[in-house]
Write a protein of this length. Sequence first.
Length: 306
Amino acid sequence: MSEAARSLLQRWGASFRKGTDFDSWGQLVEAIDEYQILARHLQKEAQSQHNNSEFTEDQKKTIAKIATCLELRSAALQSTQSQDEFKLEDLKKLEPILKNILTYNKEFPFDVQPVPLRKILAPGEEEHLEFEEDDEEGGAGAGFPDSFPAGVPGTLLPRLPSEPGMTLLTINIEKIGLKDAGQCIDPYITVSVKDLNGIDLTPVQDTPVAVRKEDTYVHFNVDIEIQKHIERLTKGAAIFFEFKHYKPKKRFTSTKCFAFMEMDEIKPGAIVIELYKKPTDFKRKKLQLLTKKPLYLHLHQTLHKE
């Protein structure tokens, strides 16, 4: 084992134990933070190029699955008690796997899927990258197939258990309108719920890759279950939708544009919301429309109240 790999495993192991200790002690906010931070580190390693990684492709798949389990446990801590939630004792089964990732060769104990192995930029990273001329007004390009691979896993989470007098929200992402829709490779949408300071209020979810493109639309037709009861969202919160696609020239998955929906827009039925230029402005201070053309994100909302 190289020194770099040993150092990584030690840091991951320490973070894993710290998270499960917080979890055991009932310090749920601290546990959630620790799990989400570690999950991001593991996903970043799983998505690294082969020559820059200390791990094999099979090991990176296992690392990515552990990251998914950390997200599931984080989501479970933010929900009410349920027999279907991802339990602490389940998560603890993964510590020896992470510690011995270089020699682990058994079947993964949980039926979860890693996120697609693409480089994903953290919020703000794109501001330091060269802007591509064809991002908004679209260079010609050769175009890509009308449909995308079926069943590509995202990181969608199940609906929370219902509570008397409390409201849950399901958002169906129908389609997004883009001038260069046909040129988008492996497009998906990252959904997050942020407070006024841009802090996550729920786990971040990624849709699977879009099901097809048609004219100026990329179609998703996927349900997102918001991971907190509406009544428990802080004042001024907003739901963000970041449209991401793969850029083969630069070998990373980038945010092309984003949209957001504020709390007063939560109403049953269809809604279309405007698209804004990247980088994603979670604080909603400096918004610039993506285009003057009538192109929007098309959603349909369903409210569940017991």
